[in-house]
Every structure is written in C-alpha cells, then in structure tokens.
Write a protein that binds this ligand. Sequence first.
Ligand SMILES: Nc1ncnc2c1ncn2[C@@H]1O[C@H](COP(=O)(O)OP(=O)(O)OP(=O)(O)O)[C@@H](O)[C@H]1O
Ligand SMILES: [Mg+2]
Length: 431
Amino acid sequence: MNTITINKIEIENVKRVKAVKVEPTANGLTVIGGRNRQGKTSVLNAIAWALGGDRYRPSEAQREGSVIPPTLHIVMSNGLVVERKGKNSDLKVTDPSGQKAGQRLLDEFVEQLALDLPKFMQATDKEKADTLLRIIGVGEKLAELEQQEKSLYEQRRTIGQIGDQKEKFAKEQPYHPDAPKEPVSASDLIKQQQTILAKNGENQRKRENLQSLQAQYKQINAQFEELVAKRAAIAADLDTACKSAQDLQDESTAALEGNISQIEEINRKVRANLDKGKAEEDALDYANQYASLTTAIDETRQAKVDLLKGADLPLPDLSVTDGALTYRGQRWDNMSGTEQLQVSTAIVRKLNPKCGFVLLDKLEQMDLDTLREFGAWLEAEGLQAIATRVSTGEECTILIQDGYVVGAEQAEPVTAPAATNGNSSWKAGEF
Ligand SMILES: Nc1ncnc2c1ncn2[C@@H]1O[C@H](COP(=O)(O)OP(=O)(O)OP(=O)(O)O)[C@@H](O)[C@H]1O
Ligand SMILES: [Mg+2]
C-alpha cells in the first residue's frame, strides 16, 4: 500500500493568503512560522479545502481585496495534481497520465481527520477510545471483557452482601461450650442403666446364695456328726462363694439418672451448637465464593490489559480504561497539550494508512526540545506533518508575512520559482 504525501503546494488569494508556495519536507515536520494574523492557518485551510472537498471551503474563501478568485495547486507524491481555480473554484484532479479524476479518488487516501485534527481532539473520551480500538481491531473483544468484568463485579457484590448477612447471623447464634459434640441418645443411657441393673441383680443373686449357704452351714453344723461329709462339700462351696463375693462392687446409676433427666437440655444445646457450626460453614462458603469472584475479576482485568498489550498500538502506552482513551495512564483532560497533539496525530495516522500527511495548527505550544522530539518521531513514523507555529525562529521552514512567504518573489506569485528564506532547509532533529 502506497503512502501518499504532499510534494508541492501553491495557494493564491485564499483567506489571508496572497501567494504562498511551499514544498513540504517529504518526511517529518514542515513548520510554517510567522507572527499572528499573517496567514499561517489560512494555508492549512486552503490545503484542507483542496484535498477534503467543499465541506472544507472557508466561508470567505476569496481574499478580501482580491479581484482574482482563489487558486489552489497541489501536487501529491503519486503525481496526482489537485487544482481549484476559476469563478466557482471547481475541483480538478489530474493523474500523471493526464487522466481526469475527482473527489472520490482523493477520498481514497485523504483521511478527513488528518485535515481536521481538532475534530478528533474535540471528540468525547469514548469516541476517541472507540477510534483507537477500531484501529487496533480489538473493540469487540474488549467490549466482551468489559461486559464480563461488569457482570462478575455485580455477582460478587450480591455474594458479598449475602455473605455479610450470613456471617452476622452466624455470630448471633448462641454457643454452649459445655455441651457434648453430638446429641445424647436416651436409649444408649437406658441400655447402660439396664446393663448395670442386670449386673447388680446378678450380684444380689450371689449374695442370696451366700446367705442360703450360710444358713445351711449353720444347720449342717448343728447336725455336724451326721453331715460331716456334706459339710465338707458345702464348706468347699462356701469357700468359693466367699472368694467370688469378695470383689463384688455395685456401680451407681445416679449420674445416668441425672443425664436422663437433663437429656432435653443437653440436646437443645447440642442442636444450637450444630446450628451455629452450620451457619459458620454457610458464611465461609460465601466468603470463598466472594474470593473466587475477586480472582475472576482480576483475571478479566488482566485479560483486558493483555489484549491491549498484544495489540499493534499507534503509540506505546496508549490504552483504554473504562471505555476512555488513556496515554501513560492519564485520561485526555490530564494529558498536556503536546501529548494530546501527539496522541491525536498517532491515532489519526493509523486511520487511513494511505494518508501520509497530517495538518497541525498552533504548534507554538511545543517548546523547542519537544518540537524536535516530535519531528523525530514523525520522521520515524514516516509521517509528513505540515504545521503552523507563532514564531519567526530558526525552527520554521518558511515564514509567512502579510499573506506571502518571506523572501519569495511577490511579482508573479503562482508561477514564481520556489524561493523561500534561508530557514527552509530546517528539518526536525537537525537543530
Ligand atoms: N477572506 C479573507 N480575506 C482577507 N483576510 C481574511 C479573510 N479571512 C480571514 N482573514 C483575516 O486573516 C486573519 C487570520 O488569518 P490566519 O488565521 O491565517 O492567521 P494566522 O497567521 O494563522 O494567525 P494566528 O497566529 O493568530 O493563528 C484574520 O485577521 C482575519 O481577519
Ligand atoms: Mg493561526
């Protein structure tokens, strides 16, 4: 794709211009200098009118006091000749082979915003951001990510609110540190009681057996003579029974009885503790959900940054935040005038890659160092800039005074040779 620039400009009787002839630097900055009201901006107005069509026609196009209508003659780098002359200032476009063409052909390589940078600069933050996104081709994807981020954010807000409520609720629940972990079962306690009672019953039976043996022993003792043999047997039994009875010990069921009577109270506490535990778990669950949504939001934001990072930006450090254009992290109203100019130029330059030039008015806002840097950047970008500057200093390529180029012959303005003052060879980056 051929980038088209401006080789030669000849203007007569347009607004403040009497006769101006410029051969702009092919690559980089051409500075049209001069004092106020001498016709600098009129030169840019004339170029815009020549290349951009009648919508750029100045309201008072013909210079006051001139009997000759405006004359414009521009030669483009591709050999195209663009002219306006005559009573109606009709457009005439001629290609190098002599073929006639019209505005349609010009529109192919003339970017409207390159003729009217203020139009871009005055656009809203969102319009600027959208222009950038369109150029780098990530608008849709970015909108998708922004939508996703917004929805995650809303989701997290809701989860956060519920989580807070749940946590508050869990805190309000009573807790009984003295209650067991699990509810107490009445049947277990009754079973334990029955076991003990059964054992005690058995003990009782053994005691009764002992008593019976003792009674028999007494009786048999009385009948000792006859019952010696029987006595001996019973004595042996008695001995065993005595031994067995020695270690017998009864267990108390008092504690169990106490527990049984308190079972309702205990279980009420156990249930309360379990409820509190559940409420705490619930709150924790929401806290976890909140945390993972936070991670998702961070990831979406990072994806947005990565998307712009990976894009072929017109200028490094350009970005889009919350739908607004930013440069070095600053929104438009926080950029310096010079930064605004450079950002605009960089973006407009990419809008139509065929358009290799841009018109810049009021470059006096740049100090000389900045101007030099800007010129070097333009050169590196392969961009031709035709700029005006309220100055008569060395940095100016030509000086305009009273509608003429200082140092140029004024007798035959249109056909006079391209004579400029001694500064005409100045190029950005060379002083
Ligand atoms: N058709 C016209 N004929 C003659 N003079 C005109 C015409 N239109 C505008 N002017 C005058 O031209 C002057 C502005 O010209 P221009 O904007 O080109 O100057 P400039 O050098 O850019 O000035 P500044 O440094 O203030 O921007 C004004 O004084 C205005 O009255
Ligand atoms: Mg001006």
